[in-house]
Design a protein around this ligand. Structure first.
Ligand code: NAD
Length: 347
């Protein structure tokens, strides 16, 4: 039962639907942009070229060197490209890595961003930025980095390989799960988290024909992430991804069932929502089973973690405070990570 809560909606303008990328030029015009820099990863240069042609005379240049976790040197190179192009805005077209780079340009020199997500990571819905320097990822919240417009075009996700679709979708689910037990959650966010999680859980097993449903779910889960304080799961993934260079979505996929199992006894309201979503009494086990059915990684070892270094993860997580329904002791964290490392079911 909710007694008292605060709720603040972030400003978000969304254009959703297959083919909506075609309206990119009109969206740039609506924002008054004249010289737009297109951002992408090296794997998505064809898509960047399509965005450039849709922008027509407003296209001022393309920087297709976005990389995971926004290394500071990549952000710096993008700033030089923006300056050389005389850019007054940018289009970030791609996954969380590309949108993260757009956010770096929104911070400095302050360019407005149009985000066109092609994965389910959800960064486009959040005011959270991240930059990685000397192997450490710094993150912060700043309303200035929230994209001014978001175009969700499910037809851009049909090329997303099934394996990335699944891990990226579970990354989005993690936002919903932690939003449900966040200290600053609200009934409105709980509705969004439930609807987002239900869409993704329904879409992932039949992803080829459910791209629109998955992207809709990712939008809602991303919006929950953008409005709440994340807990132990995101903290662990931040350390594992940022300091041990493990792939972002895969880390989320491996860790989430374990943290959900650990937090479940202290988060009954979240568990009852997730019981409805999974149609199962034990959502953590259902999630672990779902990942297995979809051939997603279930062990940290399988995605490159050195088991001898798990103690360093525990130390880093224990060193900085974070919100969580339960306060784990170092031994509990070590046990959780050991199970995740070995691919054991959540306990
Ligand atoms: P990603 O952006 O690195 O994309 C993974 C790979 O898939 C890239 O090579 C990309 O080019 C390719 N790709 C993307 N879309 C594709 C498509 N439709 N078809 C074919 N290939 C495609 O990975 P991600 O998981 O989307 O993002 C991870 C990054 O986002 C991490 O750095 C993470 O920290 C960040 N993130 C930030 C937030 C936030 O709120 N700030 C939220 C979620 C994730």
């Amino acid at each position: 039962m909710w007694t008292e809560f605060d709720h603040e909606s972030l400003p978000m303008r969304v254009r959703f639907g297959p083919g909506r990328l075609d309206g990119l030029g009109a969206e740039a015009e609506r924002l008054g942009l004249q010289r737009v820099l297109v951002l992408a990863t090296p794997r998505q240069t064809a898509l960047a070229a399509r965005a450039a042609s849709l922008l027509g005379a407003r296209h001022a240049g393309t920087f297709a060197e976005a990389r995971m976790h926004v290394p500071v040197e990549v952000a710096e190179a993008a700033r030089v490209a923006a300056k050389d192009a005389g850019a007054d805005g940018c289009v970030a077209i791609g996954g969380g890595s590309t949108i993260g780079l757009g956010k770096a340009l929104a911070l400095e020199p302050g360019l407005p961003v149009i985000a066109v997500p092609t994965t389910y990571a959800g960064s486009e819905m959040t005011p959270i930025w991240g930059l990685t320097e000397n192997g450490r990822k710094r993150t912060g919240r700043d309303p200035a980095v929230l994209p001014r417009s978001v175009i969700y075009d499910p037809s851009l996700t049909t090329d997303l390989p099934r394996a990335i679709s699944v891990t990226s979708g579970i990354n989005a689910l993690a936002h919903a799960v932690e939003g449900l037990y966040a200290p600053d959650s609200s009934p409105i966010l709980a509705l969004m988290a439930e609807e987002g999680a239900r869409s993704l859980v329904g879409a992932l097993p039949r992803i080829a024909e459910a791209r629109d449903e998955a992207l809709y779910g990712a939008w809602l889960c991303g919006a929950v992430l953008g409005s709440t304080t994340m807990s132990l799961h995101h903290k662990l993934c931040h350390v594992l991804g940022g300091s041990f260079d493990l792939p972002h979505a895969e880390v989320h996929t491996v860790i989430l069932p374990h943290v959900l199992a650990y937090n479940s006894p202290a988060a009954p309201a979240a568990v009852s929502v997730l019981q409805r979503v999974f149609g199962a009494a034990d959502p953590a086990s259902a999630l672990w089973e779902l990942a297995g059915t979809l051939d997603a990684p279930r062990s940290l070892a399988a995605i490159g973690m050195d088991g001898a270094r798990l103690g360093e993860v525990v130390e880093q997580v224990m060193a900085a405070p974070y919100a969580n329904p339960r306060t784990p002791r170092a031994e509990e964290l070590a046990e959780l990570l050991d199970r995740a490392q070995r691919g054991l079911p959540p306990a």
